[in-house]
Design a protein around this ligand. Structure first.
Ligand SMILES: Cc1cc2nc3c(=O)[nH]c(=O)nc-3n(C[C@H](O)[C@H](O)[C@H](O)COP(=O)(O)OP(=O)(O)OC[C@H]3O[C@@H](n4cnc5c(N)ncnc54)[C@H](O)[C@@H]3O)c2cc1C
Length: 361
């Protein structure tokens, strides 16, 4: 069986951050990623964001990481008027009260994950490696007589394509997904399993729609590309163009597709964008509709109660489960929960706990 000091489950930004910091601390690491790509909810197609896209001025870890990795960024475009749609029609607002000051990753948000992964030792991230079982042998307590020749203390991680032994593991995926997809032996403490199942996945009930055009025609009409709609399907719309308006794109957040009016989602989007931004919006060069509620490596099949964001950063995630399992996803973060910054903070806290305690460190 393969052996490493620490196995990280999930190559989202949290898992990659954990790996990066533990490699720097001299640990041997394997990152096991279910998908055939890394980045998790940082998903970019030809530089266009289909998952996260913004960072904000009050986020120190994201800023520091951008600088450290030399990732290109540009400010979110905000100039011009916004639009507002309700059942009575569309109004042009004076100015743009919808967008706040924020930054964007010029190569797409996934470029942050890729840049971080690129400096890990070759072979650290193993894609197409879903973890389906986690067996903990020895609780990690110094007093426990856990080690025997036949069952060495530590963690055995299993899946269709993996068999790995580690001293510690970091579960860098949404807790609700972990409890649904991974068989834990011994089982997770009941309270923790209940907490995990109840903790919603950030953006797990959102469809992101991106329309790419040959040029940002709305800017020529003095529009910021920002809008709010009470008709839908897009409820909140923003400019998603690259630096200098290239590639030109608008994006909107919408409900999961099964809550849309039946039939022709592409047509519904195009008609709404025409209503909001004019006839030139009718024929995007590309139209991406990503329903994150259908992403099986992001959202469990029985989603948690959608409004329990108060459970984010629960103190239970701070102490290692069975003495050896650490938790790090944006949902476990005590601040900035839901954001990239939260994922980085959760990762840093897990690393501190792991380096600061117990055997196998
Ligand atoms: C549409 C959308 C828009 C967003 N907008 C923003 C934004 O503008 N700004 C912002 O800061 N944040 C935004 N977010 C949130 C941001 O993307 C997340 O906070 C962040 O990416 C979470 O990182 P993570 O590593 O905690 O989790 P994830 O990115 O979910 O990573 C978890 C990883 O674990 C893997 N995995 C799952 N199960 C297993 C398994 N059993 N075995 C192995 N691997 C597994 C997954 O494939 C995934 O790669 C947005 C998210 C979405 C979906």
């Amino acid at each position: 069986m393969n052996r490493v000091d620490v196995a990280v489950v999930g190559a989202g930004i949290a898992g990659l951050r954990v790996a990066d910091r533990l490699v720097a601390a001299g640990r041997s690491i394997a990152v096991l990623e279910a998908r055939d790509r890394l980045g998790g909810r940082l998903l970019s197609h030809e530089g266009i964001d289909l998952g996260a896209s913004w960072f904000w001025p009050n986020e120190p870890r994201v800023r520091a990481l951008i600088e450290e990795l030399g990732v290109d960024t540009h400010p979110q475009f905000r100039s011009g008027d916004a639009v507002y749609e309700d059942p009575r029609g569309v109004r042009r607002l004076e100015g743009n009260p919808i967008d706040v000051e924020s930054g964007r990753f010029s190569g797409g948000a996934a470029s942050l994950a890729t840049a971080l992964a690129n400096r890990l030792p070759e072979g650290t991230v193993r894609t197409t490696s879903p973890v389906t079982s986690v067996r903990v042998r020895g609780t990690g307590s110094d007093t426990e007589p856990w080690s025997t020749a036949s069952t060495p203390a530590g963690i055995e991680l299993g899946g269709p394509s993996i068999e790995l032994h580690a001293d510690r593991a970091v579960l860098a995926l949404p807790p609700a997904l972990a409890v649904e997809r991974i068989h834990f032996d011994p089982p997770l403490p009941e309270d923790l399993a209940r907490l995990a199942a109840a903790t919603p996945v950030w953006m797990g009930a959102t469809t992101k729609v991106v329309a790419v055009y040959d040029r940002p025609f709305w800017r020529e009409a003095g529009l910021a590309g920002a809008g709010v709609s009470h008709r839908g399907p897009l409820r909140e719309i923003h400019d998603l163009s690259g630096p200098g308006g290239r590639a030109a794109a608008l994006f909107g957040f919408a409900a999961p597709l099964d809550q849309w009016a039946p039939g022709d989602p592409e047509g519904q989007v195009a008609r709404q964008l025409v209503t909001l931004f004019g006839r030139q919006a009718a024929s995007p060069e590309q139209l991406h509709i990503v329903d994150w509620s259908r992403e099986r490596w992001t959202v469990p099949s029985r989603p948690a109660s959608p409004d329990r964001f108060d459970l984010y950063g629960h103190p239970a995630w701070r102490s290692p489960t069975h003495g050896r399992l650490h938790w790090a996803s944006t949902e476990t973060s005590p601040a900035f929960g839901g954001h990239i910054e939260g994922a980085l903070l959760a990762a840093d806290l897990a690393v501190e706990a792991l380096l600061g305690s117990g055997p196998g460190t």
